[in-house]
Design a protein around this ligand. Structure first.
Ligand SMILES: Nc1ncnc2c1ncn2[C@@H]1O[C@H](COP(=O)(O)OP(=O)(O)O)[C@@H](O)[C@H]1O
Ligand SMILES: [Mg+2]
Length: 320
């Protein structure tokens, strides 16, 4: 049985189709990354899963139809929304108590879970603070704590790290890894593709209300990512010296960049040609394209199918 199963999901707002037709499932225990450009339909899909919107299609949560068996379905999910929706009349501790009570936890259990959440999310010191008095990062932490307080089997996070600084984000990553390791299924959307690359096992890329790629991270990377071979030489490599099938070659002064599939296998040949021409190689670097580049390329080529390989000289410059 899948943690989340979505069949023929369609959702339109008044004059806009936000989700065209989505079919996918999230496996139990998976860390599922749901990414796509702004307006792709991620939040709408999540709100349908949460039963916050009416939709066409069918959504099941561990076999519970989220319309018919909505009480069971809702209990199984913890949710941290993209837009903060904390009650301004409650303090941190009360916000957690209130949610735990809403899910029907017993008094002792509520106390235990609230204390654990305060501790896990670094909120012990702030427990008596009104939610309005919290910084953006702290509000995010409270939203996460609140989503987990009833110990759900599934955690759905819509842009959870948007207002977090680097340190907080790294703590969050550790915590999410731990929670997933403990068996919780996590569905995450994020603007930080790097975050999704680090955390998720399965990646689902959506654009304009449709899924354009979905698979295990390794398979997505193997199928869709290019490799980049960077060569620095003692003098410029003439632009007609190297030709590699189905690869893009960019020359910029003494830097040469070759981008394409299976570059690792082709690298030796390329190096030999350069050396044969009496040019000395000073540095070589070969690496896989990041998920972010794959993401940008395929969401852009989705809009413009003719450009199969979209590269700018920007990537010649080291970003580190
Ligand atoms: N409440 C709404 N009313 C009308 N249109 C909406 C509403 N919410 C979202 N949309 C539209 O639906 C599309 C998908 O939005 P959304 O699901 O928020 O995308 P994402 O989360 O991927 O950025 C967008 O074009 C957005 O403008
Ligand atoms: Mg969104």
């Amino acid at each position: 049985m899948h943690a989340i199963e979505i069949k023929n999901l369609k959702k339109s707002y008044k004059n806009e189709v936000a989700v065209k037709d989505m079919d996918f499932y999230v496996e139990k225990g998976d860390f599922f990354g749901f990414i796509g450009p702004n307006g792709a339909g991620k939040t709408t899909t999540i709100q349908c899963i949460m039963g916050l919107l009416k939709f066409d299609g069918k959504i099941s949560i561990f076999g519970n139809d989220n319309v018919i068996d909505y009480i069971e379905a809702r209990k199984l999910i913890g949710f941290s929304p993209q837009e903060e929706n904390l009650d301004p009349f409650l303090n941190v501790e009360q916000a957690l108590h209130f949610t735990a009570g809403y899910y029907g936890l017993k008094k002792d259990k509520i106390k235990e879970r609230v204390e654990l959440m305060l501790k896990d999310f670094g909120l012990v010191k702030h427990r008596k603070k009104n939610t309005r008095a919290l910084s953006g990062g702290m509000k995010r932490r409270l939203l996460l704590a609140r989503s987990l307080v009833h110990d759900p089997k599934i955690l759905i996070l819509d842009e959870p790290t948007a207002a977090m600084d680097v340190e907080l984000r790294q703590d969050f990553w550790k915590l999410m890894k731990r929670i997933n390791g403990e068996g919780k299924t996590i569905m995450l959307t994020s603007h930080y593709i790097e975050e999704v690359e680090q955390l998720c096992n399965t990646i689902c890329i959506v654009n304009e209300g449709k899924i354009i790629a979905m698979d295990k991270k390794e398979t997505i990377m193997q199928d869709l990512s290019n490799q980049e071979l960077k060569i620095k030489t003692n003098k410029p490599v003439p632009s007609d010296l190297i030709k590699v099938e189905a690869c893009k070659i960019i020359h910029e002064n003494t830097h040469t960049l070759v981008v394409g599939k299976d570059i690792r296998k082709k690298a030796n040949g390329i190096i030999k040609i350069i050396e044969k021409a009496g040019i000395k190689i000073e540095e070589i670097d070969i690496r896989n394209e990041s998920l972010e580049k794959v993401f940008l390329r395929i969401t852009q080529t989705n809009a413009n199918q003719s450009e199969a390989l979209k590269i700018t000289p920007e990537i010649l410059k080291d970003k580190k």
